[in-house]
Design a protein around this ligand. Structure first.
Ligand code: URA
Length: 205
């Protein structure tokens, strides 16, 4: 309960953020949504038109694909936290700029600190860069890696999958391949006993 309150107080601050110029051209900030005790935290790039209009993340076509893909592995969007690297919409859906990402990163860090998810699923290259620096998404997608206390699972962005049929197949396969980890992130973390690697998820290093 306490974390829910902390998260909603944080969302209030995000809604009035003026740390970078993006707020000037946007209708609503999109702080993100999901349970304060979510085990999975999905991170996209930034709000698009529909997200800007509604103040909610991933409610357009990319969001529909994300929801459908989650349901293929038995998950509902309400069970996971969904956020973005930048909380205000970049004009014309352009890529967020380094200064915008830097200005916004403290919000994401605070959300992560409150929720403390087991698995962070990065959607696209901007959230990938936050955790895995210069790694190329085409090499690392679908492969879980431990980063500090988190398991980071890089995925293609659903909007990229919508634009490119072969990425669509990879996007779906990456979810299916990681079904166990996504369904039971807690169990996978508990198999860390170095004496027992029987159930250990394959993390690349
Ligand atoms: N694309 C994103 O990266 N985030 C959203 O919230 C919607 C589309």
């Amino acid at each position: 309960m306490e974390n829910e309150i902390l998260l909603s107080k944080l969302a209030e601050k995000i809604r009035t953020c003026t740390l970078c110029p993006l707020y000037q051209g946007s209708t609503n900030a999109v702080p993100g949504e999901g349970p304060a005790d979510a085990k999975l935290f999905f991170i996209g790039e930034g709000p698009g038109y529909y997200e800007d209009q509604s103040g909610r993340p991933f409610v357009g076509r990319a969001g529909k694909l994300l929801e459908e893909t989650l349901s293929k592995i038995g998950l509902k969007r309400e069970e996971v936290f969904i956020g973005n690297v930048v909380k205000h919409r970049p004009p014309e859906n352009r890529d967020p700029l380094p200064n915008e990402i830097a200005a916004c990163s403290g919000w994401l860090d605070q959300q992560l600190a409150i929720i403390n998810p087991k698995v962070i699923v990065t959607l696209g290259r901007f959230s990938l860069a936050k955790f895995l620096g210069a790694e190329k998404i085409s090499y690392v997608h679908g492969q879980a890696r431990r980063v500090g206390n988190y398991i980071v699972l890089p995925m293609y962005h659903p909007a990229a999958a919508l634009r490119n049929g072969s990425l669509m197949r990879e996007f779906e396969q990456d979810f299916i391949k990681n079904k166990e980890l996504l369904q039971s992130p807690e169990i996978d973390l508990k198999t860390e006993d170095p004496e027992d690697d029987s159930d250990q998820i394959k993390l690349f290093s």
